[in-house]
Design a binder for this molecule. Structure first.
Ligand code: PLP
Length: 430
């Protein structure tokens, strides 16, 4: 069939429904025409402020001129060789950069994949090869991806796991600290010990995977003391600590790696999203002796570490440094926190404001009662804000958390404009 163009959101949505399976859902019935920094324009010429950033991906903004220039320059050189067939320096130098940036004194090694899920899958492969053990522990509410193994690690049934089982064996879930919903740090640690008692001996566990801030799970920062206790438990039992920084990394939380807010050295870190600035790249960085456990040929993929994406990532890291976007992330987080703290006095349904740097979640519960999660408020806010020119998303096990993922390059004026829209919509919902 010939490609046709009928440029209204409604008409494209109709074609989308007819051409795509419903499993590929949509948050907004809006079709993009172009985007710049923290703004998107749709096919009808409407302008939106973007508080989604392609789900925490364009930390350096849409079409940052330096990222685009780096990609254009690379396109003129070559765009694919398959790194395992014919290598290139930029892949090696990006690995060197991440090895240097990763926290802790142990020498590091890095390789690249395409998506966050692939980074997680490969971290599992490396952890199993390095330990000779099979067990993998993740947390309730975790999101590690949608491929068959990573989705088995994802700790939420609906919609990610529903109808897709059976899942691969040897994946176990422990409680994640969520004080608002009655799960303390001690409860979470007790849950982990229960796994060792009832489900899998600690000496058969290869790795514990943890997000420094649970993303899809509800923008819930892991307490630093909890992460420290995980490190200690891992050390005690010879388990690897894998920190999944796919969403929290590359400045989102005010550091290149969110785990740098603690003094913990993870064994392996997974990265994706912000790393490629919108070009599909993920990375697995870890202690060199662990990363070398997989045999030659055991790791890799046709496209992984594609030169276009690598060029983009080098530019992203340059921009983060030059424009001091980690510091900016902290400022954005402070501004969001102080604005929402004021709103909390006005709206009884704002139960909690959580942030680490710019990664900010606002949890809505009716009458400020955690037993009454208010997904209806989050959904109405999302729909009404879009009508007023602001794109936002919600998340959380109960779907009641507004998550804010602004490009870190957003101006103060556009940030304020976006928050003002949220406040005006919440006023109508109160
Ligand atoms: N890990 C975390 C923490 C994530 O937030 C995500 C995606 O949201 C993934 C893994 C999966 O990444 P991808 O969607 O690129 O496969």
């Amino acid at each position: 069939m010939k490609h046709t163009s009928n440029k209204t959101n409604e008409a494209l949505l109709q074609r989308r429904v007819e051409a795509l399976p419903r499993g590929i859902s949509y948050a907004h019935g809006i079709m993009a025409e172009r985007a710049l920094n923290a703004e998107i324009w749709d096919v009808e010429g409407n302008r939106y402020i973007d508080f989604c950033a392609g789900i925490a991906v364009v930390n350096t903004g849409h079409c940052h001129p330096k990222v685009i220039a780096a990609v254009e320059a690379q396109l003129k050189q070559f765009n694919h060789t398959c790194f395992q067939v014919v290598g290139y320096e930029s892949y090696i130098s990006l690995a060197e950069r991440l090895n240097k940036l990763a926290p802790g004194p142990t020498p590091k090694k890095t390789f690249f994949m395409n998506s966050g899920a692939e980074a997680v899958e490969n971290a599992v492969k490396v952890a199993r090869a390095a330990t000779g053990r099979s067990g993998i522990i993740a947390f309730n509410g975790a999101f590690h991806g949608r491929t068959m193994f990573s989705v088995s690690m994802t700790g939420k049934i609906d919609p990610y796991k529903k109808d897709f089982g059976p899942f691969p064996a040897e994946v176990y879930h422990a409680p994640f600290p969520y004080p608002l919903h009655g799960i303390s740090e001690d409860d979470a640690i007790a849950g982990l010990h229960n796994l060792f008692k009832y489900d899998i001996e600690a000496k058969r566990v290869a790795a514990i995977f943890v997000e420094p801030v649970q993303g899809e799970g509800g923008y819930i920062p892991a307490p630093p003391s909890f992460l420290k206790r995980l490190r200690e438990i891992c050390d005690e039992h010879g388990i690897l600590l894998v920190v999944d920084e796919v969403q929290t990394g590359i400045g989102r939380c005010g550091k290149i790696f969110a785990i740098e807010h603690t003094d913990i050295e993870p064994d392996i870190i997974t990265l994706a999203k912000g790393l490629g600035g919108g070009f599909t790249l993920s990375a697995i960085t870890g202690k060199a002796h662990i990363m070398d456990a997989a045999q030659p040929g055991g790791l890799g993929s046709t496209y992984a570490g594609n030169p276009i994406t690598i060029a983009a990532a080098h530019a992203v890291l340059d921009v983060i440094e030059e424009e001091q976007l980690c510091e900016r992330s902290m400022q954005i987080g402070n501004q969001l926190r102080s604005r929402f703290a004021k709103m909390q006095n006005k709206f009884s349904f704002i139960s909690e404001i959580r942030n680490l740097g710019a990664m900010t979640g606002i949890e809505f519960c009716h009458d400020n009662d955690p037993q009454k999660p208010a997904a209806d408020i989050a959904n109405a806010l999302k729909t009404e804000a879009a009508k007023r020119g602001l794109l936002i998303l919600n998340c959380g096990v109960y779907g009641n958390v507004l998550r804010i993922m602004v490009p870190l390059t957003i101006s103060d004026a556009v940030l304020k404009e976006g928050i003002d829209i949220i406040e005006s919509v919440l006023t109508t919902l109160s």
